[in-house]
Design a protein around this ligand. Structure first.
Ligand code: ADP
Ligand code: ADP
Ligand code: MG
Length: 461
């Protein structure tokens, strides 16, 4: 087992990894940018090393500085968290060549799934349906138009390197296709340094259903059930839950099994190890399509932990250290219901504009069935350089109604002043009749934000 791990990330996920290490009796090294000097992950780690200026290109994305820090601190392994370098196969290779274990999938699997277009091809090879679309990259406007003609509108133009809902444009006709094609390329170049895009049929009003997988280096691979992440704004998740209410529908009663099997097939074909997520979208007719594999721990992993009792970050560490999975598929039991609300420092009444700055007062909810994963505290200044997510509120209940009641109650207790947060918006979602019934799709948030409901929310502000 490792003696010392460097956490190459910041914010709540750095805290999450440090907590797991502490329980496993492993020493931790935090790295931080100058803008994060007062961040809680720096306080709770055993050691901390500054790796540069605020912008992530000068700090959390600097492979050379992270490796130097790892060598100075003499660590056995690096946990990359999510975002930043977590899905960078080159970084994983550099770690291994420096004799530092990378806590994530092996680079062969990372390469097989390295972008969304190659992942689509792998899914096809595994016999798993993908949305109709282009064969690989779409290099010209002309080619985009001919793909659209072949598969029919509406379509989605998607960045091969995309993530966090960025680099994606829907198009309903030739004019919006041409506009969207260039817009997606420009956005992708800026966000990911890669302007490559491909085209997929747009599946209307789908459900986003993903499966958590865990594979060890001995060839054992299991899934830990699904998460429903259909509550999204601009293709970015806001609220996630497990089990998915969709699977309560009669016409979906075999889908958990079918989709779980499909997720495992993809993982097997890729030779996948460590923790990962296979994402799908499903339409109301019961068709489901592979979207992508997230080759890392995911933001919403805690809800799976709550219903399965499996600590996913500890599993990542154990697997990376070469241990055999101690649980088999038959051992995985699901109990109760869990919901997560992402707490973002954004103003929901001003088009979700980021709201960095100093947190004046901070009181996190607690009580039975309530978990808060966060690095925020009173007096903490949220830097403007990174993600606006400052925490995750997770509730666990004996059933969906119980988990929802606990979520409403806990959102009501959560007090953060000095910056604007998405708490009131999550509260509005929790009150919504469609959400309460569990009959929502990825179109839910947009609908909530328009029409009469919008006024209601503004009145409450
Ligand atoms: P999840 O499915 O885990 O919710 P998200 O897509 O919301 O994943 O991304 C989680 C975090 O990782 C966010 O901070 C997001 O901005 C970041 N992220 C995701 N993909 C990329 C990428 N390709 N490059 C940079 N950051 C990314
Ligand atoms: P990211 O890497 O940004 O997470 P994904 O491919 O996982 O990108 O897509 C993010 C979200 O965008 C999905 O959960 C879904 O809501 C929407 N989306 C992506 N592709 C399609 C599609 N072909 N049809 C409809 N919605 C889609
Ligand atoms: Mg995704």
């Amino acid at each position: 087992m490792f003696e010392k791990i460097l956490v190459a990330n910041r914010g709540e996920i750095a805290m999450r990894v440090i907590r797991a290490c502490r329980e496993l009796n492993i020493k931790t090294v935090a790295v931080y940018s100058k803008a994060d000097a007062n961040s809680m992950h720096v306080q709770v780690a055993d050691e901390a090393i500054c790796i540069g200026e605020g912008p992530s290109t000068d700090s959390y994305l600097r492979i050379d500085r992270i490796i130097s820090a790892a060598e100075i601190a003499d660590v056995d392994a690096i946990h990359p968290g999510y975002g930043f370098l977590s899905e960078n196969a080159h970084f994983a290779d550099v770690c291994e060549s420096c004799n530092i274990r990378f806590i994530g999938p092996r680079s062969a699997a990372m390469n097989a799934l390295h972008d969304k277009s190659s992942s689509r091809n792998l899914a096809k090879k595994a016999g798993v349906p993908t949305p109709p679309g282009s064969e690989g990259l779409v290099e010209t406007e002309q080619e985009a138009l001919s793909v659209a003609k072949r598969i029919g509108y509406p379509i989605m133009i998607k960045a091969v390197a995309g993530g966090g809902g960025r680099g994606m444009r829907a198009a309903h006709n030739d004019i919006s296709l041409v506009k969207g094609y260039h817009a997606a390329r420009t956005e992708a170049e800026k966000a990911f340094g890669n302007s490559g895009v491909y085209i997929e049929k747009l599946i209307e009003n789908p459900h986003h259903i993903e499966f958590q997988i865990l594979g060890d280096t001995k060839g054992n691979i299991i899934h830990l059930g699904e998460r429903d992440c259909s509550i999204q704004r601009r293709n970015q998740k806001l609220i996630e839950e497990t089990p998915s209410p969709l699977f309560d529908r009669k016409d979906f009663k075999d889908h958990r099994k079918k989709m779980g099997k499909a997720a495992l097939r993809i993982a097997e074909v890729a030779g996948y190890t460590n923790a990962g997520t296979v994402e799908f979208i499903a339409d109301d007719a019961g068709n489901f399509y592979f979207l992508e594999v997230n080759k890392r721990i995911q933001v919403e992993h805690p809800i799976t932990e709550e219903v399965t009792g499996v600590d996913l970050v500890k599993q990542q560490i154990l697997i990376a250290s070469g241990e055999k999975l101690s649980i088999s598929q038959g051992d995985v039991q699901f109990k109760g219901h869990s919901i997560e609300a992402r707490i973002n420092a954004e103003n929901p009444f001003d088009d979700f504009r980021p709201s960095p700055g100093r947190i004046e007062m901070y009181y996190a909810p607690g009580g039975r069935g309530v978990r808060v994963d966060s690095h925020a505290y009173a007096g903490y200044t949220i830097p403007p350089y990174y993600d606006s997510m400052i925490g995750k509120l997770i509730t666990y209940g004996k059933d969906r109604a119980d988990a929802m009641d606990k979520m409403s109650r806990a959102l009501g207790e959560y007090m953060i002043t000095g910056v604007k947060t998405t708490i009131p918006f999550s509260q509005a979602i929790l009150q919504d009749p469609d959400f309460r019934r569990g009959t929502y799709t990825t179109a839910f948030v947009e609908r909530l934000l328009t029409g009469a409901r919008r006024e209601l929310i503004q009145e409450q502000a």
